[in-house]
Design a protein around this ligand. Sequence first.
Ligand code: HEC
Length: 244
Amino acid sequence: MTVTAGDLAREPVRLKTALSRAACTTVRGSVRLSPDIALGLVAFNSPYLFGGKALRSQLTCGACHAKEGPSGAAVRLRLRAPVPDLALLGSEIDVAAFVSRAVEYEFDGPPLPARTARALSALTRALAPYADPEANPCEVDGASLVAIGLRLCAAQAAAAHPDAEELAFVRDSLRFVLGELAESTSYEAPAALIERTNRALRAADLHGLGCGTPAHLLQLATRWDAAGHGRHFVVEYSRRGIRE
Ligand code: HEC
């Protein structure tokens, strides 16, 4: 029997994103992220940007643009050019425009919401270079990513005018991340917490808008903080007055 690529077990997508130290302002033990960078982190690790074809193979920005090289389905792709280190892009590249074009014309995906494109652009400016000589990089691991996404959902759910599109996007992306964590062999995933979080996000599907009550989501986010090996990240909505 011949084994084709399709029969091989798919390795989970690695979920580590390294931020530059400058992007990691720590106040009283917590790293403060702007809402744009928080959404950018979720989007960078989401297969929901590119439309159907890429979603089926679960491609994410992070699966290609990572220090450790490609992961997940991206391992099998033959790319036309080497994958650049996004932290080393010159300021002349308009990331939002580049990504919007790539999603629409290369992947045949739906137009990228302006807010998501802006978030990816903000995140790109906050990434640490692959060859970062800093001894203590500011890494967002999968558990921290779930905590950050839950905080974004909680802030939206508590807002006077929630952005339904962003909520649905964050919720779907988090469910993907939970699936990758459940499959991961390098991370001892807390199965009960994955199950509880999935249940909270699934329950929200039935009710249309939102991903649960803000209090429940923040409680789950705190559990994910404890499950990770990294730092404690909070989303700071300073000027718009939304607080955790
Ligand atoms: C399938 C692997 C893959 C995925 C997925 C991917 N990229 Fe890329 N990216 C590349 C390769 C290869 C290049 C270099 C060739 C090129 O410019 O097309 C590149 C180039 C870029 C550039 C530099 C363009 C320039 O002119 O120097 C930016 C910015 C970028 N990608 C951002 C992203 C973002 C943000 C995402 C997620 C929305 C993403 N990429 C998803 C492989 C990928």
